[in-house]
Write a protein that binds this ligand. Structure first.
Ligand SMILES: Nc1nc2c(c(=O)[nH]1)N[C@H]1C(S)=C(S)[C@@H](COP(=O)(O)O)O[C@H]1N2
Ligand SMILES: [Mo]
Length: 381
């Protein structure tokens, strides 16, 4: 069978019609920036969900909007990176068919690093995107693999930047030496390509970013979640039915607080304690977030009554029997924050079952997965 590609593609056949180094540099810069933001915000999200021992009791609970902005950026930059990556691959693809396949040991290593770079970039964007849609068509667990491949991607990208540094430097500015000799029509075509790319990035961003940036909520046409859709004006990730929590499970509900002076409270007793109202967002790792008004009892008041030392970490356990998010832990910085509540009400109404009735955790600057619903027990650690 005849190959659709010229038998011998030398570097010369790579130079024309937007498969050139200037175009690759311009798109690469934007893609690199998007990947860098994804990496930093991804690290933040990972540390917040799985803190290393030395940070487990020290993560800051402020700014209250911190995790919301960080994770919103993570998902928005990941989505913007999809058209950027496709355009970048299109610009450089003739290089993939360059012959001879391997010219030297150094060349072989470079090709290998590009293979890792392309594969890990495609994997990160695809797995992240499917995760926001809660679709897991793979046999591994998303979080550790997405995290590990993130390191692979950044490592391969740094290597790529180092190898290409001379070329990137030569084509960084429009009037750099290498581009002066290019025909004018290439410059015009490049501008058109970049304008189209800008429009594509703008379109995917504007139609999804409203899932966390609520002023653009009405333009949120493509994101899997709409921040306003759900009971009591808030989306639900895991419903009470799916978590196996029903009226029966909460009938004789009591909150158990384990500490130096353990005690139990009925819902009526909890309601009789001083109530506080806070406005805080649920910020899901999948990218949607929404602020809401929560009313309930300060966690620190409950801990004081149990005689908890001020620096103590706590563990929160849900009534839910199975499920990855039935238990969460909280640093003293969170437990002592006056905004951290065991919430009983949401947006002026008693919590619905799906939002965690009879009681759920709401704390500032905290990933949604840790805002435990259907709380049954608080333990001083
Ligand atoms: N017990 C329990 N709490 C949970 C979860 C869960 O699966 N089980 N899901 C978490 C996730 S992933 C999110 S984003 C928030 C969503 O809260 P909401 O359904 O009230 O909007 O609840 C969190 N609390
Ligand atoms: Mo979530």
């Amino acid at each position: 069978m005849k190959s659709p590609f010229p038998a011998r593609l030398s570097d010369a056949s790579f130079s024309g019609r937007l498969h050139d180094a200037r175009t690759a540099t311009v798109i690469g810069r934007l893609l690199g920036a998007a990947v860098a933001v994804c990496f930093v915000t991804g690290l933040i999200s990972h540390v917040w969900q799985h803190p290393p021992a030395f940070l487990a009791n020290a993560l800051p609970s402020r700014p209250a909007w911190g995790y919301r902005v960080s994770q919103g950026l993570h998902v928005a930059c990941g989505i913007a990176a999809v058209p950027l990556l496709l355009a970048k691959l299109w610009t450089v693809y003739p290089r993939l068919f360059a012959r001879p396949v391997v010219r030297s040991a150094r060349h072989a290593l470079e090709r290998l690093s590009v293979a890792v770079l392309v594969a890990s970039a495609l994997f990160e964007l695809l797995s992240g995107l499917l995760n926001t849609a809660q679709w897991y068509p793979w046999p591994f667990s998303f979080v550790p693999v997405h995290y590990a491949v993130g390191w692979l991607l950044v490592g391969a990208m740094v290597l790529h930047l180092a190898v290409k540094a001379p070329e990137i430097a030569a084509h960084w500015r429009r009037r750099s030496a290498g581009t002066l000799s290019l025909p004018d029509e290439d410059a015009t075509d490049r501008r058109s390509l970049l304008r189209a790319l800008g429009a594509a990035v703008g379109a995917v961003t504007v139609t999804t970013v409203g899932q966390s940036f609520t002023p653009l909520g009405r333009l949120d046409l493509l994101a899997p979640r709409h921040p306003g859709h759900g009971p009591q004006g808030l989306p639900v990730n895991r419903t009470a039915a799916r978590a196996g929590v029903d009226a029966q499970a909460v009938r004789d509900w009591r909150l158990r607080i384990e500490g130096p002076r353990p005690y139990e409270l009925t819902l009526r007793e909890l309601r009789a304690l001083p109530q506080h109202e806070v406005t805080l967002p649920i910020a899901c790792v999948e990218g949607w977030s929404k602020a809401a008004r929560w009313t309930g009892v300060r966690v620190r008041d409950l801990l004081d009554r149990a005689g908890a030392p001020p620096g103590a970490r706590i563990r929160i356990t849900s009534l839910e029997r199975h499920g990855a998010y039935r238990v969460s832990e909280m640093a003293h910085t969170y437990a002592r924050d006056p905004l951290t509540l065991l919430a009983l009400r949401l947006n002026g109404e008693v919590l619905s079952f799906d939002h965690g009735f009879p009681a759920r955790v709401i704390a500032p600057n905290r990933p949604g997965v840790l805002q435990t619903k259907w709380v049954g027990r608080l333990e001083v650690l």
